[in-house]
Ligand binder design. Structure first.
Ligand SMILES: [Zn+2]
Length: 215
């Protein structure tokens, strides 16, 4: 087993993993990767139950599929663009922990049926990290729903809002595409208020930092 010298700062916690003996699993952020300035993430449990290491490995694998994260030689995760995307990574971690180890993770599509408006919402990648949200059909209120969902993506993924007439376009500051990540965030974007309230209520679980404190 790899010797963990400094596991870093915990940024998210699943206190009881329903898929493996109720162990707690933490997501940790480390600042450096062998002297390079690549933010990296560690999935870790203090549990010594037999099989815990395999469970952690399954979560790490799922995060790669669901969030498009890469794993380095030390088993640490990072985004291909080498940007932090900490809030997004926390979401990927929480979703990965919801999957049982024997459930194959699949990247989420870039469209969903929005239950509230009954509209099919699609997100198009238009390059350089820019994503445009649209709704199928010309229903009343569709434009407002589209901009609300775009706002949800921006909040959950710490994306920037691009100034457009319809407020339907958001972008990653890194300027690179993250399709898997956007698909995952899209499943939660329509309920962003509920998601953020849940996070607030659970804030005692992990150490959550304001976006302004992030680099
Ligand atoms: Zn990026």
């Amino acid at each position: 087993m790899r010797r963990v010298v400094d596991i870093g700062r915990r940024i998210e916690l699943v206190p009881m993993d329903p898929h493996f003996n109720d162990i707690s699993i933490g997501l940790y952020r480390q600042n450096t990767n062998h002297g390079h300035d690549t933010p990296v993430f560690l999935v870790h449990t203090y549990s010594r139950i037999s099989g815990a290491a395999e469970r952690i490995e399954a979560v790490v694998e799922a995060m790669q599929v669901l969030g498009g994260l890469l794993k380095n030689g030390d088993g640490l995760l990072h985004f291909p663009c080498n940007s932090l995307h900490e809030a997004a990574c926390r979401r990927v971690f929480l979703e990965a922990c919801k999957l049982a180890s024997d459930t194959p993770a699949e990247p989420r599509p870039l469209n969903i049926l929005d239950k509230k408006s009954k509209l099919t919402i699609t997100v198009d990648s238009i390059g350089e990290g820019v994503y445009r949200v649209s709704a199928e059909g010309e229903r009343r209120g569709a434009a407002r729903r589209v901009s609300a969902i775009a706002g949800g993506l921006a909040k959950l993924g710490e994306m920037e809002t691009v100034e457009t007439d319809n407020r339907d376009t958001v972008a990653f500051a890194c300027g690179e595409s993250h399709d898997a990540l956007v698909g995952l965030l899209l499943t939660r974007a329509p309920n962003v208020r509920i998601v953020l309230r849940e996070e607030e209520m659970g804030a005692g679980r992990g150490v959550l930092s304001a976006p302004s404190q992030q680099t």
